[in-house]
Design a protein around this ligand. Structure first.
Ligand code: KIV
Length: 308
């Protein structure tokens, strides 16, 4: 097999691994933070080469990679499996593992143990979990075990049934006030940053200005300290639905379909593999083989007598 050389850009010698401190310093100097989701080795490798600050192994994995209807069925073992692959691919980005449904809600002790698995087994540097004031004790316990926590407010997909669907949050004054309060409580509990999902832009901006820790928005306008998208949405790879807030930077599903059907046509037409995809045997060795086959009166060739 011929080996295709990588054309990826060279990784700078001076480039340092992104730390929690750096993420917080970026807020101080008003430098926007770029975060994307990844679930596998090749995507993490390319994303790291592209220079993303944070890679989130999101539980969106359940929908965009594993084909579930929601994020609810995702297990700790599935998350750990995919986090390990991402950690093998990314050397520089800050790696955050998303705690799946029921891995942190039952008891604080269980939450700390599960959070620990992301760092100990899966090579993550931090975890993310969903919810507001009701999660403050859990956040405190995980942080006091030495594990950085990213919070997640607004549209929290693990509460899809309670919220009545994947719909924007914080649109009335009362809900907006509660979100501001929750953000403050999570910061005090020790979160190093917060995801704000699908909330009004001006509320997200107010929350961001009100906090010392950085906010990462998804469907929350430009006033956040950073932005995140689900990578399959950005690449046009998940066609079941596309949220309004997504910007598609590529249309890979269409490109993949064209490539797969071109391959199928080539196979049916016997135009693949061509000569350049085929290993050849030298003429001398071929002659030797023919002689060996005839001189030993071998009956090895049962289907191709024309070779003799
Ligand atoms: O699971 C996920 O991908 C997320 C992002 C949308 C922030 O939580």
């Amino acid at each position: 097999m011929s080996v295709v050389q990588s054309t990826s850009p060279k990784v700078s010698e001076e480039r340092k691994k992104v730390s929690i401190r750096l993420i917080q310093a970026m807020k101080m100097r008003h430098e926007p933070i770029g975060m994307l989701t990844a679930y596998d080795y090749p995507t993490a490798l390319i994303m790291d080469q592209a220079g993303l600050d944070i890679i989130l192994v999101g539980d969106s994995l359940g929908m965009v990679e594993l084909g579930y209807e929601s994020t609810l069925p995702v297990t700790m073992d599935e998350m750990i499996h995919h986090c390990k692959a991402v950690a093998r691919g990314a050397r520089y980005a800050l790696l955050v593992g998303d705690m799946p449904f029921m891995s942190y809600q039952v008891s604080t002790q269980e939450a700390v143990r599960n959070a620990g698995r992301f760092l100990q087994e899966a090579g993550m540097s931090a975890v993310k979990l969903e919810g507001g004031s009701e999660r403050a004790d859990t956040v405190r316990a995980i942080v006091s075990a030495g594990i950085p926590v990213m919070g997640h407010l607004g549209l929290t997909p693990q509460s899809v049934h309670k919220l009545g669907g994947f719909r924007p949050q914080g649109k009335d004054a009362e809900a907006a006030y509660k979100l501001l309060e929750d953000a403050q409580i999570l910061q005090e509990a020790g979160c190093f940053s917060l995801v704000l999902e699908s909330i009004p832009g001006r509320l997200a901006e107010l929350v961001s200005k009100n906090l010392e820790i950085p906010t990462i928005g998804i469907g929350a306008g430009v006033g956040c300290d950073g932005q995140v998208l689900v990578t399959h949405d950005l690449l046009g790879l998940f066609e079941r639905f596309t949220p309004k807030f997504v910007k598609q930077y590529a249309h890979l599903a269409g490109e993949m379909r064209s490539a797969f059907s071109a391959f199928k046509s080539d196979v049916k037409a016997r135009s693949f593999p061509a000569g350049e995809h085929t290993v050849e045997m030298g003429e001398d060795e071929w002659k030797c083989l023919e002689e060996k086959l005839s001189s030993t009166h071998s009956n090895i060739l049962t289907h191709d007598p024309s070779m003799r």
